[in-house]
Ligand binder design. Structure first.
Ligand SMILES: [Zn+2]
Length: 475
């Protein structure tokens, strides 16, 4: 049996979050009634002319910059000719020989290691429509999506396993969602992935014949689809067969890939420069302005949270899963500058009541409410345990934490007479623990503090309790 090495390259189509299409003013709104977001331009009616959407260009350039690509001053739109019922013009406007950006890279973490995967190019193109099959026995065409702006991100064939491919895809999705150009939604088709998969004997530098897996529509399936294709190609070669270049689809039910069609080569599309659009010219000032909008990317943010703010990696990871969580955390830190305390509270409490979807998020509290709550704990006005109750009381309200504390008379008990009595009761009730402390095991004091907190229903000032106990036990 030959030992094969998989060679995988991903092509991702990411929908730019513009409100109108790439070459006309039609809405890009998802879920509208079929064929309502259409006009002569995106229907490809004779005599209509495309006009490039400036907002889409900004987002595409931002995407390329975030992926470290070189943005070219001049690029050319091209017609990609093919027939399909969802393509009324008979061609798709894309970029071919002269895309607006090339040669970037994406750092991907796989199994604790960082791998840098090359990005061949990022170019702009318009989406096609959608065929809807089996409606009362008919197949229908919905052209709402025709002309929606896409960025195609072509990765180098440098991925060596299905797990690496899945990690690359997640890292790419995170970057696009962070810079606000895409909602990362595979299920609604706004982030789509095709995988080119081939295998070769390990040690060989020659590429094997590749097959393209089309439109894998969930992160879960990416890994399974690629693994299934690697297994299929291995079995074919081991049996002495050859791999045919073709486009295949993955069936999650059977866990197998199957032939869709024999694969076209670029020359089949008869690309030529789009005569209705002038070359796209991007001046340096424009590119630099977009560079300023890229902001801090998820990986850099995680590193800074750990290195500079002192967060543990797992917390940094959780906070940077969504841009809205990052904004929440940073806004709370702006009011209460204790990043570790804020981060822990956000991860443990706030995220439980949050809903994150695409680029949007809703939280049950505001960053200001959380900052004020943590300040009350910091000043000793309430205990950490009381903070959880206050949190529950301010969720989905406009109340301030202080209002709740006052309403419920929740202030921490710092009255030393009252605490002294509670401490004395606990010491009397736990003679063996007291003996242990006296014998030098200071750590057991924490147990006694816990008992006092329990007795006072969490309202005692733990610092004061600790001081009193130390004095009483005298260990
Ligand atoms: Zn239109």
């Amino acid at each position: 049996m030959t030992d094969y090495e998989p060679v995988i390259g991903l092509e991702v189509h990411a929908q730019m979050l513009t409100s109108s299409k790439l070459f006309c003013g039609c809405s890009t709104n998802f879920g509208a009634a079929p064929n309502t977001n259409v006009c002569p331009v995106c229907l490809g009616l004779p005599g209509s002319l495309p006009v490039l959407n400036a907002r889409a260009v900004e987002m595409a350039v931002r995407t390329a910059l975030a992926l470290g690509c070189t943005v070219h001053e001049k690029s050319i739109f091209a017609r990609k000719n093919y027939f399909y019922p969802d393509l009324p013009k008979g061609y798709q406007i894309s970029q071919y020989e002269e895309p607006f950006s090339t040669q970037g890279a994406l750092d991907v973490e796989v199994g604790g290691e960082t791998r840098r995967i090359g990005i061949t190019r990022v170019h702009m193109e318009e989406d096609a429509g959608k065929n809807v099959h089996g409606v009362g026995g008919d197949s229908l065409v919905d052209l709402n999506r025709a002309g929606v702006p896409l960025c195609e991100i072509v990765g180098e064939p440098e991925l060596r396993s299905a797990a690496e491919a899945a990690a690359y895809l997640r890292a790419l999705r995170d970057v696009l969602v962070f810079i606000g150009v895409n909602d990362g939604n595979l299920e609604e088709g706004s982030f789509r992935c095709d995988a080119n998969v081939s295998i070769r004997p390990r040690g060989s530098t020659k590429l094997g014949t590749r097959c393209e897996l089309k439109n894998i529509n969930s992160f879960r399936f990416v890994q399974r689809a690629i693994d299934a294709e690697i297994a299929r190609q291995t079995a074919v070669l081991d049996a002495g067969g050859t791999i045919k270049q073709e486009t295949r689809s993955f069936d999650p039910e059977t866990g197998r890939t199957a032939t869709l069609r024999s694969k076209e080569d670029a020359h089949d599309y008869r690309y030529f420069p789009e005569p209705d659009l002038p070359p796209l010219m991007l001046d340096e000032a424009f590119v630099e302005r977009e560079r300023g909008h890229v902001g801090e990317l998820p990986r850099a943010k995680r590193k800074r949270y750990v290195d500079t703010l002192g967060l543990v990696p797992a917390t940094a990871q959780t906070l940077t899963q969504h841009p809205a969580t990052v904004r929440f955390f940073e806004a709370a830190c702006a009011v209460f500058a204790e990043p570790v305390k804020v981060a822990n509270f956000v991860v443990n409490e706030v995220l439980r009541g949050a809903t994150l979807h695409g680029t949007t998020a809703t939280f049950s509290v505001t960053p200001e409410q959380v900052a004020e709550l943590l300040k009350l704990v910091e000043s000793g006005t309430i205990s950490g345990k009381q903070a959880k109750d206050v949190f529950a009381a301010i969720e989905n309200t406009t109340k301030t934490p202080l209002e709740v504390v006052e309403e419920r008379g929740m202030k921490v008990v710092s009255d030393s007479g009252e605490l002294e009595a509670a401490c004395a009761r606990v010491v009397a009730a736990h003679p063996s623990q007291v003996a242990t402390i006296k014998a030098g095991k200071k750590g057991v004091l924490g147990f006694l503090v816990g008992q006092v907190m329990k007795e006072t229903k969490g309202s005692a000032n733990p610092k004061l309790v600790s001081e009193i106990l130390e004095r009483l036990v005298g260990g």
